[in-house]
Design a protein around this ligand. Structure first.
Ligand code: FAQ
Length: 311
């Protein structure tokens, strides 16, 4: 790739022009997008597991219908994102293969267990809340198919977040046991939710280049800060306490200061050693194996249809 090509590409990015699948693009741009979009798709698919676990145990029919819809949406987001990645010249088989072999990452957050019903509320409130904070700027990502996919995804995430917060509101207005259950879930999910935004900017390998290419519009720490500032008042409204004694409003910066994130825990989970990593991968591999016949049947049908059409 010569200097002239790279400069012309950067000029298109700087002019806020969208890059489309058939446009020339630097190999690194393509690679970064495939990596990020695929990791995002895998996260949606693996992210179905902690909540899927609660569909049969939702406390009411209405809660069950909403949870079922949410988990289905996540499956849809995953498929949508795999399609966006495929426009860059990789196949879904290859991407799924990378997930199942452990080569590709998915969000650390989905390696934590959903133990009580309050976890379902907290996942919607915090995990979807963090996802929205991260994904709204991705609607302006320089790569067209990813940016456009994010618009619909964000609308659905917004329903997911409200669904979760409303569960928390109900629990917090309920019995002492229900409120304690809500507090316990917040205690367990708060720090892992902050880790969703990725390492500190100083330790983020891809941020600088991804910002220059306008794939990312904000750094990991900037988005984490926005999320904290938006979420603390929501916890106050619920009457819950954030599990961070160092959390304090900083008038000067107009945001909250917070305690140190346990980065050892983060990297341990990213590298496969969280509470549920093995279970999650086992569940995905089993689903893939159990559904081989569906893929084979679809392929055979497509071949027959194509043969009929050319006959
Ligand atoms: N977990 O250089 P950076 C959802 C990796 S929301 C695991 O800063 P980057 C919705 C990173 O890949 C969750 N790995 O990387 C839902 C890189 O490793 P690599 C998914 C992480 O890409 C809600 C290394 O660390 N959302 O699913 C994590 O510039 C509820 C260095 O990091 C997205 O994927 C992590 N938390 O920034 C579903 C959004 N953080 O690849 C169900 C799109 C970092 O070199 C229920 N992705 N790493 O081997 C992004 O915005 C970015 O990729 C970041 C990371 C911000 C996640």
């Amino acid at each position: 790739e010569d200097e002239e090509f790279l400069a012309a590409f950067q000029a298109r990015i700087d002019a806020e022009l969208k890059i489309e699948p058939n446009d020339p693009m630097p190999a690194g741009y393509r690679k970064t997008l495939v990596r990020q979009i695929a990791q995002h798709a895998h996260s949606e698919i693996v992210g179905m597991l902690p909540e899927g676990n609660w569909i049969t145990r939702a406390p009411t029919l209405r809660r069950k219908a909403a949870l079922l819809a949410k988990v289905q949406d996540e499956g849809g987001h995953g498929l949508y994102l795999y399609s966006a990645a495929e426009t860059l010249g990789v196949s879904r088989e290859e991407l799924v293969g990378q997930l199942l072999s452990g080569k590709a990452k998915y969000s650390s957050i989905f390696n934590y267990p959903a133990i009580t019903w309050a976890d379902i509320g907290t996942i919607g409130w915090l995990v979807d809340g963090a996802a929205i904070m991260n994904q709204i700027p991705l609607c302006r990502c320089s790569f067209g198919p990813y940016a456009r996919a994010m618009i619909r995804v964000c609308k659905e995430e917004s329903f997911h977040q409200r669904q979760g917060y409303e569960i928390m509101l109900t629990l917090c207005k309920g019995s002492d046991e229900q409120k304690a259950m809500a507090q316990d879930a917040l205690d367990r999910w708060w720090w892992p939710s902050l880790m969703m935004f990725g390492p500190h900017d100083a330790d983020s390998t891809h941020s600088d280049q991804s910002m220059a290419w306008k794939i990312k519009r904000f750094t990991n720490d900037e988005l984490r800060q926005k999320f904290i500032d938006a979420t603390v008042p929501q916890a106050e409204f619920l009457g819950l306490t954030m599990p961070d004694p160092d959390l304090k409003w900083n008038e000067e910066k107009g945001g909250y200061d917070h305690g140190e994130i346990d980065w050892d825990e983060f990297w341990r989970v990213v590298k496969g050693d969280g509470i549920c990593n093995r279970d999650r991968m086992k569940a995905r591999r089993k689903a893939h194996d159990d559904n081989t016949w569906v893929r084979e049947a679809a392929l055979a049908y497509a071949e027959k249809t194509a043969a009929r059409e050319t006959a």
